[in-house]
Design a protein around this ligand. Structure first.
Ligand code: DGL
Length: 290
């Protein structure tokens, strides 16, 4: 079983892509809806929550964990990898790798939550990619030929000067959850967030928060000169590559097309948001994880 977690239900955008690319695999999702948002919290608390979330998935039988949350990927990924003996995927490196492949000018923009931006994760990961050429997704010995191959392509781009421009966009999460995003006030806010990045003439924009792919069209319409990177799609592709390169791990995963969705708090409104994210009704189950 593949475990996927997020601070809330934004990570369903990641699950959706994984389900599309790996349709037979059993998946278990956990959204920490009782404690969302993580994006404005301290690093200590984000780390604590992330451990508890991952622990729940491991108890449920997850053999791989996908951290479908940019904030947790930015702040707590290393600790998770040190504490859990399974491959753990974050969303930052896959997004960055994709951005490095498409950027021509080397000017890459990122919109994300406050915690993700202040962690400086994208700049740090850029250094890791340049230095080591690949990501350590786990401490155990696992083949990563697909990553290495992709890395060789990236190397060409990484040699040119890469500059990353950040923009905190904290209002987008509640606007998306309230389905308020197409109202003129919301469109104005999006425009304001994107303006500084436009001014910097970025040619690539990473949607550095799990909720943002929901408004992909709105953002790409406002950023006509930039390629938009959806990390959800990238991490699903890398997970698929990884399973192809690691048949032993692949064989250990159950493939009965079963998906369970757990949340730590459940309201009727949450069901509506989940439907909006998935494009269909899903059965959310409430669970206590602490
Ligand atoms: N899931 C978070 C992220 O991708 C956004 C919501 C939050 O702040 O918890 O950064």
């Amino acid at each position: 079983m593949i475990g996927i977690f997020d601070s809330g239900i934004g990570g369903l955008t990641v699950l959706k892509e994984i389900k599309r690319l790996l349709p037979f695999y059993d998946l278990v999702y956990f959204g920490d809806t009782a404690r969302v948002p993580y994006g404005n919290r301290s690093s200590a608390l984000i780390n604590q929550y992330a451990q508890e979330d991952a622990n729940f998935l491991i108890k449920m039988g997850a053999k791989i964990i996908v951290v479908a949350c940019n904030t947790v990927s930015a702040v707590a990924l290393e600790n998770l990898r040190n504490n859990f003996p399974v491959p753990i995927f974050g969303v930052i490196q896959p997004a960055l790798r994709a951005a490095l492949q498409v950027t021509k000018s080397g000017r890459i923009g990122v919109i994300a939550t406050r915690a993700t931006i202040s962690s400086n994760a994208f700049t740090k990961e850029l250094k890791v990619l340049n230095l080591h050429g690949k990501e350590n997704i786990t401490d155990s010995n696992i083949n990563v030929p697909a990553f290495v191959r992709r890395q060789q392509q990236i190397k060409k781009t990484a040699d040119q000067k890469i500059k990353i421009f950040y923009q905190i966009a904290p209002l987008l999460v509640p606007l998306i959850e309230e389905n308020y995003i197409y109202k003129s006030e919301a469109v104005k806010i999006i425009k304001q967030y994107l303006q500084p990045l436009k001014k910097e003439q970025i040619d690539t924009l990473i949607l550095g928060c799990t909720h943002y792919p929901i408004i992909y069209d709105l953002i790409s319409a406002k950023m006509k000169n930039a390629k938009i990177i959806n990390p959800a799609l990238q991490v699903a592709k890398e997970l698929k590559d990884f399973l192809l390169s690691n048949p032993d791990i692949d064989r250990s995963l159950s493939k009965r097309k079963q998906i369970r969705y757990f949340v730590s708090d459940l309201t009727p409104h949450l069901n509506d948001i989940a439907k909006n994210f998935m494009g269909q009704n899903i059965n959310l189950e409430k669970v206590e994880i602490t």
